[in-house]
Design a protein. Structure first.
Length: 273
């Protein structure tokens, strides 16, 4: 059949789009109040010169990187991406994904990671984990709470509730957080069944994650403007010209550097404004 005249009505690609749209619809219907609450926490941190720390393992590093730094983003968010817990390196072999998946279940490792940073009263923490049960993310959430930080969890509620508790605390991530946002992806994440294939393909959590964090980012920007502290936003030269874009890039990174100095306990001569 000519590809131009093929009937795509039952295409797995379209079925994925339909399932993705359902995720977005569910987020819109059910998650606005908690996203608004999370945005207020983030705005409180950033307006006070603090940081919103971001943590995720495996593919849950995607929303961490989506928040900052990229065009349309602004300082105040501190991405924590532990390379030993991602597949930024190799999938198999040395530094492979098998090792990363083992390590993310290792209770106690999260506290080792947190020990690298100085957290302050005006800071907050967002933890991303689709299942919300692995040792490292529970460690990080509990460690943040012990340090007095408000904790925001972003997870799949359905998948988390279907997953057995693994941490000695007996808790899932959503039971620790002050605010829990559901990315509305299904149990098992994959969403499309294919005839002749025993298991589904096409994970949906990335759709939910990216939607949630960009909704959050927009709300935080609006709230900072309302408070008279508009953020410095990384902006493409296609919108404002090369010179203005480069100047804004430098100011944004300088602001971020000043904020970040505090997490290493270093005094900074600059002030984040």
């Amino acid at each position: 059949m000519d590809e131009l005249t093929r009937d795509f009505s039952d295409s797995p690609a379209l079925r994925y789009l339909e399932a993705a749209q359902q995720i977005l619809t569910q987020i819109r219907k059910t998650q606005m109040p908690v996203i608004e609450a999370a945005a207020r926490i983030c705005a409180d941190s950033i307006a006070a010169g603090g940081l919103v720390h971001l943590f995720g393992t495996g593919h849950s590093r995607i929303p961490v990187e989506e928040i900052f730094p990229r065009h349309g983003s602004f300082p105040g968010f501190h991405p924590i991406v532990e390379l030993s817990l991602t597949n930024h390196t190799q999938v198999v072999g040395a530094n492979g994904q098998r090792q990363a998946m083992y390590l993310e279940k290792l209770e106690g490792f999260g506290e080792v990671i947190l020990r690298n940073f100085v957290f302050r009263a005006q800071d907050s923490m967002i933890v991303f984990s689709n299942g919300g049960v692995n040792g490292v993310v529970i460690d990080v959430a509990l460690g943040a709470k012990r340090r007095g930080l408000p904790v925001i969890a972003v997870l799949s509620l359905a998948h988390s509730l279907a997953s057995p508790v693994r941490h000695s605390s007996g808790k899932r991530l959503g039971e620790i957080a002050d605010v829990t946002i559901d990315n509305c992806s299904p149990v098992g994440d994959a969403m499309v069944s294919i005839d002749g294939l025993a298991t589904p393909v096409g994970p949906g959590s990335s759709i939910g994650y990216v939607a949630v964090v960009n909704m959050l980012k927009c709300l935080v920007a609006e709230e900072l403007v309302r408070r008279g502290k508009p953020p410095l936003v990384l902006t493409s030269a296609a919108l404002i010209g090369s010179e203005a874009s480069a100047e804004l890039f430098d100011r944004t990174y300088d602001d971020y550097r000043a904020r970040l100095a505090q997490v290493y306990g270093c005094p900074s001569g600059e002030t984040a404004e």
